[in-house]
Write a protein that binds this ligand. Sequence first.
Ligand code: URP
Ligand code: ZN
Ligand code: ZN
Length: 460
Amino acid sequence: MSILIKNGRIITATDDYIADIFIEGETISGIGKNLNVPAGTVIDASGKLVFPGGIDPHVHLEMPFMGAFSSDNYETGTLAALHGGTTTVIDFVIQSQGKLLYDALREWQGRAIGNVYSDYAFHMAVTDFNPQTQSEIKDLIEKEGITSFKTFMAYKGSLMIDDRQMVGLMNEVKKHGGIVTVHATNGDIIDFLVTQNKAAGNLSPLYHYLSQPEITETEATGRFIDMAYQTGSNSYIVHMTCEGALNKVRDAQKRNQKVFVETCIQYLVLDASVYDRGFESAKWVMSPPIREKKDQTALWAAINQGIVQTLATDHCPFMWDDKRKGEQDFTKIPNGAPGIEHRMELIFSEGVNKGKISLNKMADITAASSAKIFGMFPKKGTIAIGTDADIVIFDPVKKHVLSATTHHHHCDYSAYEGHEITGKAETVLLRGKVAIDHGNVKIRKGYGQFVKRTKLTNIL
Ligand code: URP
Ligand code: ZN
Ligand code: ZN
């Protein structure tokens, strides 16, 4: 099996040039001008951009959450990802409080193995740090290749851990070369505001937004950063949304502390006006909520300033019937929204095409940085000889409109209904196979492989 991609404009986090790519088996074996090699398949990429396959570092597939399951399973979710040019996703295994981390890992493996189209990895969410779970960390990193440990400073009563557990976990993860990641919002303040709103009869989705003001994220972000500083742990903050939190990262940089930051595409392209639509706003009930226009500006700037390194989706769709469970009470609306398919096309259309970020920056935040931070580089995240042939051939001028009638998410609405896009992932290769060709699926379910990640010795 060999494939020759001819005359594409190759974009990585650092390069931009026109050349041919020769693929043998699962990896890239040659890159050059006018390569003259016999190939089983030749793809003409003239006029096209050629990106490294996207890595979405934050998705929730078939996740049990708030009385429902996120509606994309490993099959539908990873196929939707591939359609949009994302070839690797990192999902969250979520420990149940009182149980082992390995119990949760077996449960998530049971859902994923054999069902996956794209490649995938796992973060381990630690919701109960105690001597038993502490003793599992080393094996998770060294035997399972799970090097990142997610924590929640919110979702009081189900997922949240306290600061004592946080520093304990950081200390243990540091010993074994991993990284601690966090959903950084202040669960106690949110809990207080939710209780206050409910007592006042404020029950619509708007009050989800009003119960999680910027200060709740700013405060928790600063506290997490301080704990990481104190323990010396590698640290990564997921789905950052706002100016106040970004400023906490800037403060950390002043003392030469390295903190990695992720934002999500919805926080760059949507604003809080989505909460002015009555119960329809339940589509955008997620945590943290969509913020203000000034926060969008701050996030775009932070990407260019190198304060934000990665772009995710936090893909966590729920069917409308599940969202409707909160018609009388916003706290019963399962938190999360669909997006796994649209990240690459939206960032190109809204970011590159509108002059907010460069093509190199796009390749960096959609692929390279996640691969580096999470121990997959250079196997994933770039286009170079010897790397996995995960490649997106992207038409930069093709126009289309996002809609629930055409998306591949298993979700009966779109968070971006009617959004006009310039740019389309046309052909997507995963480990040397054409996976998607002009919307047609060319691989079978189960082709996706688990990516065992390496210890973090050399990050960014
Ligand atoms: O609302 C969200 N983000 N749902 C998924 C869980 C999380 O907090 O990431
Ligand atoms: Zn979260
Ligand atoms: Zn999430």
